[in-house]
Design a protein. Structure first.
Length: 104
């Protein structure tokens, strides 16, 4: 019985970790360029992959400014594959996007 409970615990833990989404990286506050890897509109969240292979998980806040061609745009404009420049602020293990600029 203990072996069954242990196996179920391991299986549940593996499922939980695999269903949490992307493996992401935490970087220092600063400005980074990369491509939008994934857009989760219902969470106003994007994943950006930088040139050096880091994946940044960014949840938009009320203070996040999103621009394209010098004009403020709505979150819905973001699409997978777009080149972006992101200015982030590191807060513990979280990255807050201050400004996201669509480069194309």
């Amino acid at each position: 019985m203990k072996k069954i409970v242990f196996a179920l615990t391991i299986a549940f833990t593996a499922f939980t970790f695999n269903s949490c989404g992307e493996n992401t990286d935490v970087v220092d506050s600063g400005t980074y360029q990369g491509n939008v890897k994934e857009v989760e509109a219902d969470k106003t969240e994007i994943y950006v992959e930088t040139a050096d292979g880091k994946v940044l998980e960014l949840y938009f806040t009320e203070g996040t400014v999103l621009t394209q061609n010098g004009e403020t745009v709505e979150f819905e404009v973001l699409k997978e594959g777009q080149k972006v420049e992101v200015e982030v602020e590191k807060k513990g293990k979280r990255l807050d996007p201050l400004k996201v600029t669509i480069m194309e």
